[in-house]
Design a protein around this ligand. Structure first.
Ligand SMILES: [Zn+2]
Length: 85
């Protein structure tokens, strides 16, 4: 099975993003969002493209189902931000 650097665990990073409630939520570099354990809201990574953005193998890598889930999450996250800003 093909693996790209974007989903290789060796390259996986954890980033800390502050939720709007102030809680610091850890998001892995292969995830576009994580749920805040405190207020249960989705926290999105920003300014950090997921491998889905730049890797042409992301669809094969993640699998069709997961690829669509992430893509959907990213799109709705972007729409949310547009509405706010
Ligand atoms: Zn929160």
């Amino acid at each position: 099975m093909h693996r790209c650097p974007g989903t290789d665990p060796r390259f996986l990073k954890v980033e800390v993003h502050k939720c709007q409630c102030g809680y610091e939520v850890e998001i892995f570099s292969d995830e576009v969002k994580a749920k805040c354990p405190k207020c249960k809201k989705d926290v999105f990574r920003e300014n950090t493209p997921s491998c889905i953005d730049w890797c042409k193998f992301s669809r094969e890598c993640l699998g069709e189902k997961r690829w669509h889930e992430i893509k959907k999450a990213m799109d709705s996250g972007q729409q949310d931000r547009k509405k706010q800003g």
